[in-house]
Structure formats: C-alpha cells, structure tokens
Design a protein around this ligand. Structure first.
Ligand code: ADP
Ligand code: ZN
Length: 550
C-alpha cells in the first residue's frame, strides 16, 4: 500500500463508489487489486459470487490502456459486456460470430491514439487463431497501452479441471510474447483444488504469482440430500414455491433429453419450467435467459452448460436431479444459489444408479486413459459424498478445496446441512460399525460369483432374496457362501450402502455391460480391484467401517 500511496488508495475507493456503486471492498478484493496494480502476476481463487470480476475491472478503469480479458464462453462475455456498458465503461468483445467489418472497427479503435476501449473480452480461440489480433496487441504493447491480461475461469487450462479447454493451454504465449516490459497477468477461478492451481500456474507461466484465496464456506446455503423417488422433485419445487414466492431456481440434469423430460414432468404438475442447454438456438437461449433473470418461471431445467457467468443474485434453490460430475462441479453449481447472501437451498436428489449412468457416459467418451480415470475418480468422490451420513457436507465441500473447516460452525448455523441437522436433533443418531470381517468374507467369495450385482450381493448378505433370484441363488450355491445372511436385521438401504462402501474404498469395481438394442440400459457386475485382490488374499490390510443412522 505504501508503494502506491494514499492517493491511490483514495482513488480506489472513489472509483469503487462512482463507477461500480459499491461502498466497500469485499474479502480479499482490495488485496488482489493492489497486487495487480503493483504489477505482480496475481492468481485469484474465490468462490462463485465472491466478486472476482471487480478485481480486474476496477484496475482497468483506473489505469490508462486496454485490459484484455480471456474468457471461455460467449454467453459469459456478452453478459459482462452488457454490464460494463451499463456502467459506462468502454468495453468490446471479440467472439467468433462477429462480422469482419465489426472486428475491423474494434481493431481500428484499439489502434487509435486514445482508445476508448478499457476492457476487451476475447475467447481463447481468437488469441491462438488471429494473427491480426496479435499484431494489434503488439501495437498496443509498443505504445505502452497493453495494461494487463486477465485469464478468467483459469481452471480451464488444467486437464485435471472439470472444464478443460485445449485453447487455454496456448495462453502461455501471452507471457512469452509480451515480456519487455512484462504485461501483468491476473488469473481468476472459482473452482480449483490445490493440484489444479499448481497446474494452472505452471501452464500459464506465472509460477511467481501472488496467490489470493478467500474462504469457500457459503454460510447462507443449506446443503441437503434425499433419495430420488418418483415424486420427490415435484414435492420439493412446490415447497420452494411456497417458501420463496415469485422466486426461481435451477434443476440440473445430466442431458438435454433429461432436461426436457423434467420440464414436462414439472409442467404437468402445474409448475412453470423452461429448458436451457447447449442445443438451444440463439434466439431461444436469449429469451430463456431474459425470462429467467426476470423470474418469469419457477424453474430452469439445465445442463451444466447453463449458468457459467450468468449472474442472477436471487436464485433461491438449486436441485440436482442427476449426479454432478465432480465435487468441484457440485460446489460450482450449487454456488449459483444465494449470491445475494440470503438463505438458499441446495438439494441433491440421489440415486446410486445415476453414478452408473455417468460412468457409462465417461467410459464411452473418447478421451485419453488418464483423463478418463480422473473423471471416473471424480464420480467416485461424488458417490462418497452422497453415501456419507456422518460428515458435515460443508466440511466435505470446502475441504475438497484444501480449506480447514470445523463442523461445529455448520451445526450452530441457521442453515445446517442435513447431516448436522440430524446430529443436532439427536446426538446418538449415528453409530459407527466395524464391518471389516464381513467385507473380507464378501470379497473372498466374489471371484467365485459370476455376474453378481451389488444389489444381489446385498440381498445375499441380508439373507433376504426375492423369489426370482432366490431360486437362482440356491442353484448356484450362493446361499451356502460364508457371508450369506450375515447381515440379517440390517435394512435394505444399509446393506446396499455397505457393499457400495467397498466400491468407494476402491476394493470392488463394477464392470459395466451394455445390453444390446437397449441404449439406456446397463448392467453392472462386481469384481475385485487389484487392491481388493490383495486385501482378499490377506497380503494387505484394510479396515471397513460403516456409519448407520438409527
Ligand atoms: P464471481 O465472478 O466471483 O462469481 P462476480 O464478479 O460476478 O462474482 O460478482 C458477484 C456479485 O457481487 C455481482 O453482482 C457484483 O456486482 C457484486 N459485487 C462485487 N464486488 C462487490 C462489492 N465490493 N460490494 C458489493 N457487491 C459487489
Ligand atoms: Zn454440516
């Protein structure tokens, strides 16, 4: 601060007030702004809604020259451009759909004596593809008018992120091309685990950047989870409508088709719903967005394509009708709720089977083995989050980002998660069981059982088979297996959670088989993983515990 002096400090506050209409900086905003103003490379890690944009928009307004913002999506860029225009800040966007004439106009303005453009938004493709744009950058740089580069959604640079974009990996050229004098870079993201941050900093050649992290705890969000059943979605949406009249929420779906199915279901129940996914044409997309911002309907049924960058402060609920692809994704998507700080509701409608659907999509996708196994691992983490009944959900979410969290604060808050709420009501409700012996017994039998589903194994374990499988089980000798009926008295749900625990622990793997001519159906048969084989053979130790809600 001393470096910049009191005058600068005053200017920061006066611009904050006069241009953006805010009286105060939020947590870490000022530090980020000062860091980048001092010319440091700056890496900003803040949750969605924290106010990352101001960290580069305010410096852009204060300094002479042009700030170049690389942003992955056109919708995101359009949204920002509109906001900047409203605030009277010179802003243009170079996206693929712009006519050559319009592009030339922007280039001409940038090369003029005193460019009126303070913020120039570009997609990463533009930077790698356009020689013309690069020569404009050179001109600006030579004249000392290239104020800074902004890499928005910086996690897109990392293969380990949920949103990898190959064009982002070429952005390190910005550092290489514009080095004397160096143009400061500020990279921002809401979703980055420590691994991704390291990766992104390496990739963007900004290893020496100052890192600013603000807390990922979202106090106003209530995280909840219930099993997905036929009527659960409609019931919840109706409840939300009563609780938050005139407001709206998001229902996240796995696919476009599912968006449409869910929309029909809600409409039939007398609720108003629109769909939003990457398949909509431009007109429709814009009109849905507008209606959404104006609370014209109760629910938007969306794939994850929706929301990136669309800033609606009063989203009152986010419901996951299907499993998110990763914990990061879940945090990001639920983060769309309650940006205005008011209490909001985040519900996961959980069905284990959805993880199989997700896995199938991943296994059929054409990526490298490494990326695929990362995606599969992400799904496993989500399953672990959902199957969990004992650990605070907030804790699980923020600790995923490397933050330490004391679950007492969730327990004592106005919006405790479902786990903490249960604990608060009844301290004794959750009990821990050591199920290692039974787990071993099941694992040792697995190689002798062909085509066993987890459900079947759990039924054998409880000694409670339905008629159809019962005959088969006797014929195959499965009722004579040592673990048969060991779990008598356990509920169906707990027995299932037990066998799924073996999957979460990496001891058992379900191999997926498609059924010919039935595109939607898939069979999953349990087998031992390499680690499971070691444990079953007694060469490796593993303890298996199960929490049971009583
Ligand atoms: P992010 O990019 O981190 O998700 P945004 O930059 O879109 O967040 O900001 C989220 C909201 O917070 C916006 O509506 C923005 O206008 C508002 N905001 C940002 N900084 C401040 C501030 N200092 N005071 C009040 N509101 C702010
Ligand atoms: Zn909690």
């Amino acid at each position: 601060l001393d470096l910049l002096g009191a005058e600068m400090n005053e200017e920061l506050y006066s611009t904050l007030k006069s241009k953006f209409g805010f009286n105060q900086f939020r947590h870490r905003q000022k530090q980020c702004i000062l860091s980048t103003l001092m010319g440091h490379d700056t890496f900003v890690l803040m949750p969605t809604g924290a106010g990352k944009s101001l960290c580069y928009q305010l410096p852009a307004v204060i300094l002479t020259g042009v700030t170049v913002v690389v942003s992955p999506l056109r919708s995101l860029i359009e949204d920002q451009k509109m906001k900047m225009k409203e605030l009277g800040i010179g802003c243009e966007a170079l996206t693929a759909d712009l006519s050559t004439g319009a592009q030339e106009d922007i280039y001409t303005e940038l090369c003029s004596e005193n460019p009126s453009i303070k913020l120039l938004y570009v997609t990463p493709e533009k930077i790698s593809a356009s020689g013309r744009l690069n020569s404009v950058f050179y001109t600006l740089h030579r004249r000392g008018l290239l104020a800074r580069f902004v890499i928005d959604e910086a996690h897109c640079v990392s293969q380990w992120g949920h949103d990898f974009r190959p064009d982002y990996t070429k952005l390190h050229t910005l550092r290489e091309k514009f080095h004397t004098p160096p143009v400061p870079i500020i990279a921002l993201t809401a979703t980055a685990t420590p691994k991704i941050v390291t990766d992104a900093r390496d990739n963007l050649k900004m290893q020496n950047s100052k890192l600013f992290i603000s807390s990922f705890v979202r106090d106003n969000l209530k995280y909840d989870l219930i099993p997905k059943a036929a009527k659960s979605l409609i019931n919840v949406v109706e409840k939300m409508k009563q609780l938050y009249p005139g407001k709206s929420g998001i229902v996240y779906c796995l696919s476009r088709k599912e968006c449409e199915t869910v929309q029909m279901m809600l409409t039939k129940a007398g609720l108003s719903a629109e769909v939003y996914h990457a398949g909509l044409n431009d007109n429709l997309r814009v009109s849905v967005q507008k209606g959404w911002l104006a609370n014209k309907f109760d629910v938007i049924c969306a794939t994850i394509a929706f929301g990136m960058g669309i800033d609606k402060p009063d989203v009152r609920f986010v419901i996951h009708y299907s499993l998110p692809k990763s914990i990061e994704g879940y945090y990001q998507e639920t983060g769309r709720a309650g940006r205005d700080g008011m209490p909001s509701y985040c519900l996961m409608l959980y069905s284990y089977h959805d993880s199989i659907r997700l896995r199938r999509m991943i296994e059929e996708g054409n990526t490298t083995t490494g990326v695929r196994s990362m995606h599969l691992n992400n799904v496993l983490q989500v399953v672990a989050y959902c199957e969990n009944v004992s650990v605070c959900r907030r804790k699980m979410l923020v600790e995923h980002f490397g933050e330490v969290y004391d679950e007492q604060s969730c327990r004592n808050s106005k919006t405790p998660c479902d786990v903490c709420e249960r604990q608060r009501k009844n301290q004794e409700a959750i009990r821990l069981f050591d199920v290692t012996n039974d787990a071993l017994s099941i694992m040792q039998c697995l190689p002798r059982m062909q085509k066993a589903t987890l459900k079947y194994i759990s039924e054998l374990y409880r000694g409670s088979l339905i008629k159809k499988t019962s005959e088969q089980a006797v014929r195959m000798g499965h009722t004579k297996l040592p673990f048969f009926s060991k779990g008598q008295g356990m509920t169906e749900g707990d027995a299932l959670r037990f066998v799924r625990k073996l999957v979460i622990e990496g001891l058992v793997h379900e191999r997926l088989y498609s059924i010919p001519n039935q595109t939607a159906a898939v069979l999953a048969y349990a087998e031992l993983t390499d680690s499971g084989k070691e444990v079953a053979a007694g060469r490796k130790q593993a303890k298996v515990y199960l929490h049971i809600v009583t």
